[in-house]
Design a protein around this ligand. Structure first.
Ligand code: HEC
Length: 463
């Protein structure tokens, strides 16, 4: 157990890294689309440059006929229909529709400001996007690196030129700017105007150390309140931050003392069992494996936070450097008045604890969970440890039978997939979790809490 931190140290992990290959496997292996060679660019018109240089390699893997992503977004970006699906088309997203946006208009400059397509890729406006348009979904490409500054500028100029199908209206030189938007440095969050703020730190993380701890904090809400939006901001170096509730049957003796910092590892990497004991009574409330989260529930949906709520806050930082680093976490729980809540959100926590991974081999585990009544899923993300190579979720039964709805190949930063139009599972439908682990150690690995053990959980919100 004492050596577990070395696994983290050896693994090439840049916390800001986004996995560009996230869905390529999915596209070619599962959906069976023909993956075009990236070098086959066609610059016979500006539109063809956009299609062959940007949309085909970076978008069409998800936006391809038959995929659940295409269905959810209503948008197909493959070569055959890319132009027809974008120019002068309506958008699917209800909030954007209400705001009068179209996919890509042909009025030139004014169309830039009316284009949902542009809004969805315009990463440099990230703050505006998430703060002012909480129901516009995620920035694209989902789970991947932002388009380069040059790609964005090329598309912008093409829209300004009236979004023509033919003709070269943008200089290809524009594409030479291959820099990308970088998220601004950590900024403490201001307290919400309506809601509560939870905060950890600043705290130190020793050189070459894998620090994980819990702190129990009372929220300070005397009455039931409804959380509409969760915003999290962390100093870099975070592996994850999770907000846990306690199960109703938690013995009083296990409830942690408020404010006490409970480290899981001592300075030598030894496991501090007494500080981890509360974990078996935890239920998920919120959290992220990304350095920043800004999640808003769909219109009319909110998560109930009962009066006098208290949470076990769980921060995990990984410091591979020779200097100590400083960690800090802010979490804002924005609330709304009960009168605005049509549906109370629930927490999905599908957990397979039946894990056995023989040494030196790949193992794929499956477990299905049945939904006994109609369920609308608003958000999903997977949780597993370092041996996980792929995590897939399929629908079994009903209209979407056999469809893959979630895919992760990065155990540290699984995509947080939010559905603005919820994924509807009819009564009797199942979700099948399928996780593949590559146990390259000489020991069998089973379910457990430490970094050397494994997990297989699908978290999410439903209503
Ligand atoms: C990993 C899969 C994935 C990739 C890659 C991806 N998208 Fe999406 N896209 C989605 C999903 C899922 C939605 C619906 C949810 C949302 O809007 O956040 C969506 C929605 C959209 C929408 C909104 C459609 C509407 O009418 O509501 C646009 C526009 C869009 N994507 C453009 C792009 C572009 C352009 C790229 C490439 C630069 C891209 N996407 C890459 C999965 C993906």
């Amino acid at each position: 157990m004492g050596h577990s931190k070395w696994y983290y140290l050896n693994k090439d992990n840049n916390i800001m890294k986004k996995n560009i290959h996230l869905f390529w496997l999915l596209a070619s292996a599962i959906i069976g689309c023909d993956q075009k060679n990236n070098d086959e660019f066609d610059d016979s018109s500006s539109w063809r440059s956009i299609q062959t240089r940007i949309l085909t390699p970076k978008c069409a893997n998800c936006h391809v006929a038959g995929s659940s992503f295409a269905e959810q977004s209503g948008l197909i970006l493959t070569e055959d229909v890319g132009y027809a699906e974008t120019v002068s088309q309506n958008v699917k997203n209800a909030a954007a529709q209400k705001d009068g946006l179209e996919m890509v208009g042909t009025q030139g400059l004014p169309s830039v400001y009316k284009s949902f397509f542009w809004e969805k890729i315009n990463y440099p406006d990230e703050d505006h996007f998430y703060n002012d348009h909480p129901n516009y979904g995620s920035l694209m490409p989902l789970g991947g690196d932002p388009l380069t500054n040059g790609e964005l500028e090329f598309i912008r100029q093409w829209i300004v030129a009236g979004a023509p199908k033919d003709g070269k209206v943008v200089d290809l030189k524009v594409l030479e700017d291959t820099r990308r938007y970088q998220r601004p440095a950590f900024r403490p969050l201001e307290k919400p105007t309506q809601g509560y703020q939870l905060k950890l730190g600043p705290f130190e993380v020793a050189p070459n150390f894998n620090r994980e701890f819990f702190v129990y904090q009372q929220v300070g809400n005397p009455t039931d309140v409804y959380v509409k939006r969760v915003e999290i901001e962390m100093r870099s170096g975070s592996h994850h931050f999770l907000i846990y509730n306690f199960r109703a049957n938690t013995p009083a003796s296990v409830m942690p003392k408020e404010g006490l910092v409970r480290d899981i590892w001592d300075a030598n990497g030894g496991f501090l069992m007494q500080n981890a004991i509360a974990m078996q009574y935890h239920t998920f409330f919120g959290g992220t494996q990304w350095p920043r989260l800004n999640y808003t529930f769909p219109e009319g949906v909110a998560l109930k936070m009962p009066a006098n709520s208290g949470f076990d806050l769980n921060s995990h930082y990984v410091n591979r450097s020779k200097e100590k680093i400083i960690g800090e976490v802010y979490a804002n729980l924005h609330t709304v008045d009960k009168s605005q809540v049509k549906y109370e959100a629930g927490i999905l926590d599908l957990n397979n604890t039946n894990i056995f991974l023989p040494p030196n081999q790949k193992t794929t585990l499956q477990k299905s969970f049945t939904f006994n009544k109609q369920t609308r899923i608003a958000m999903l993300f997977s949780h597993a440890h370092q041996l996980m190579s792929e995590f897939k979720v399929f629908v079994e039964g009903g209209a979407n039978n056999g469809k893959m709805i979630y895919y992760a190949d990065d155990w540290e930063h699984p995509p947080i997939l939010s559905f603005n139009d919820p994924l509807i599972l009819e009564a009797g439908t199942k979700l099948r979790l399928e996780a593949t682990y590559n146990n390259n150690t000489n020991q069998a690995v089973s379910f457990g809490l430490t970094a050397d053990d494994e997990m297989m959980i699908l978290f999410g919100y439903y209503y």
